[in-house]
Write a protein that binds this ligand. Structure first.
Ligand SMILES: *Cc1c(COP(=O)(O)O)cnc(C)c1O
Length: 222
């Protein structure tokens, strides 16, 4: 399938979900996750109208950024090693995987200006998932005051590997509740208005639960 066809189908599904839940589809940004596909396929996505691309490794980000440049916004969605920050900091418009102070410190040091970051939260408690526990989020956000180049635009989670709709939904709800706790702190460096959640298999539930960025790989670009 062409990216264009997949995109039409996904947009229709987003629209349908929004109409059920009284949301505006314009509030939802679609990130095409291109980590498994070629530069050509990523270009096809941009030509089809995708404005956001996501990569989970420095190498992928570097080669696609070089080929595509600023015709899309770039999202780093993978686990980020502290020593690799300096190579990617000029290319990523958003980092979705802020999960520890040592990383915040390095981003702050290497960046020339504020970097839009999502705090990654492990909402399921699955050992294999990265991210901090929900309990760690508020103390962490408060500590970020010391790192002026970090702008907390939102929270990110990966739902557990399950088809159990209830479990998926609880995970997304948890993230939304946490967002409310962060925004009620009214910190200028943590507006935290965004929720990055939902992938190919669960994005409709994520949209129902308030996602503002969904990250879709296999269902969109293959
Ligand atoms: C790979 C990946 C996605 C996309 O997954 P699909 O199931 O292919 O849609 C989304 N988010 C993260 C963090 C990923 O690593």
């Amino acid at each position: 399938m062409s990216v264009k066809q997949n995109l039409e189908e996904i947009r229709a599904r987003i629209k349908h979900t929004c109409s059920k839940t009284d949301r505006n589809p314009d509030e939802i940004s679609l990130i095409a996750v291109t980590k498994y596909v070629s530069i050509e396929r990523a270009k096809e996505a941009v030509e089809a109208g995708i404005a956001h691309l996501g990569e989970n490794r420095n190498e992928g980000l570097a080669e696609k950024h070089e080929a595509i440049g600023n015709s899309a916004s770039w999202h780093f969605i993978g686990t980020l090693q502290t020593r690799k920050v300096k190579d990617m900091i000029d290319k990523a418009d958003y980092i979705h995987s802020l999960d520890r102070l040592s990383l915040a410190k390095e981003i702050d040091k290497r960046a020339d200006d504020k970097v839009k970051c999502f705090i990654q939260v492990n909402t399921s408690g699955e050992e294999s998932k990265h991210g901090m526990t929900p309990e760690e989020v508020l103390p962490f956000v408060k500590e970020l005051e010391n790192y002026p180049n970090i702008l907390v635009v939102g929270l990110m989670t990966m739902a557990p590997n399950t088809d159990d709709e209830h479990v998926l939904r609880e995970s997304f709800k948890r993230l939304r509740t946490l967002r409310g706790e962060v925004t009620s702190l009214h910190l200028p460096y943590a507006p935290c208005s965004e929720l990055s959640m939902g992938m190919s298999n669960d994005f409709e539930i994520a949209v129902e639960e308030g996602a503002t960025f969904i990250r879709i790989g296999s269902a969109l670009v293959g």
